[in-house]
Design a protein around this ligand. Structure first.
Ligand SMILES: [Zn+2]
Length: 303
């Protein structure tokens, strides 16, 4: 007899093999002593230009894309989920796109499988924010929670925003499907979903850092093991081209572009001053690397 979970796993696996010519997953890893960080690929998005570049000066954008070598890949950003393993905790940051957002994304089941981790092993799912490519993977094809044994955690402001009945009425038309999708999943998760605040030690080794603008309650995380640290950026720095060359530009992908730019500039200062490893959800090479200052702009060093 084919079980529900076996069926879901198999379809995800087959879809991935067909679309990507046999490449099953990608991952990068860093050892923090008593903790291990692994990034897992959920595939990639295919975005319309308007979502990334909107009203930005077209010539200036083209120049940045040319200089950073990002022209060919800018509209297909990778999605990197992060797994933190320490002292019995198996913490997944964000849940990926799941089966119904985009055919090029939702590959997490294959990546977890290849890493030898089952969905049932995950003890916590911690969300940076409630956009589809971060939240929708919490439910399977049958609308049941994928991570059946996990406590799910979301920033309090983020949860309040997407669960409010006003949000669907007030959000811009192109984001209405985000709002409906988030509200439905939050409702189904019910009391499996708890909240946390800014600067809270939510799990030993993991502290929240409020980074609003991309969404109203977007959270980043400082992750510490006994020999190293990683700063998890989420979508607060959303790409390695325009955001790195001109962090002050208003990014159309940010719901509140002015706050998003302020947050981004502060993060660039903090991360280059600390010289800390960083992981970005849509940054290249598995999303794990270092942000380095280069004159009046920034570069991504994946080495
Ligand atoms: Zn996002």
């Amino acid at each position: 007899m084919v079980t529900r979970r076996g069926f879901v796993g198999q379809t995800a696996f087959l879809g991935f093999t067909l679309l990507n010519g046999g490449r099953l997953w990608s991952a990068t890893e860093t050892d923090l002593g008593d903790a291990m960080i692994t990034t897992l690929s959920d595939g990639h998005l295919s975005l319309p230009e308007s979502f990334l570049f909107g009203d930005l000066d077209r010539d200036a954008v083209e120049r940045v894309l040319g200089e950073t070598g990002a022209s060919a890949r800018a509209l297909e950003p990778p999605c990197n989920l992060t797994l933190f393993r320490a002292n019995g905790a198996v913490v997944l940051f964000d849940a990926g796109s799941g089966p119904s957002f985009m055919p090029s994304a939702g590959k997490l089941p294959a990546a977890l499988n290849a890493a030898g981790v089952s969905a049932e092993d995950v003890t916590h799912v911690v969300f940076t924010h409630a956009h589809p490519d971060h939240l929708w993977g919490v439910l399977d094809d049958f609308d049941e929670p994928v991570f059946a044994n996990a406590q799910h955690l979301m920033g309090g402001d983020e949860l309040a925003y997407w669960s409010s009945p006003d949000t669907l009425e007030t959000i811009s038309p192109e984001r209405q499907s985000f709002a409906a999708g988030a509200a439905r999943r939050i409702e189904i998760l019910g009391d499996r979903l708890a909240t946390f605040d800014d600067a809270e030690r939510i799990i030993p080794g993991i502290t929240s850092v409020m980074t609003p603008g991309h969404t109203p309650g977007h959270m980043s995380f400082e992750i510490a093991g006994d020999t190293g640290r990683v700063f998890l950026i989420g979508d607060a720095i959303g790409n390695d081209h325009v955001a790195f060359a001109h962090p002050e530009w208003h990014a159309p992908a940010d719901q509140d572009p002015e706050t998003g730019a302020r947050t981004r500039l502060a993060l660039f200062e903090r991360l280059t001053e600390d010289d800390v490893q960083a992981v970005g959800f849509h940054l290249p090479s598995g999303g794990l690397g270092r942000i380095v200052r280069s004159g009046d702009r920034f570069d991504w060093d994946a080495g």
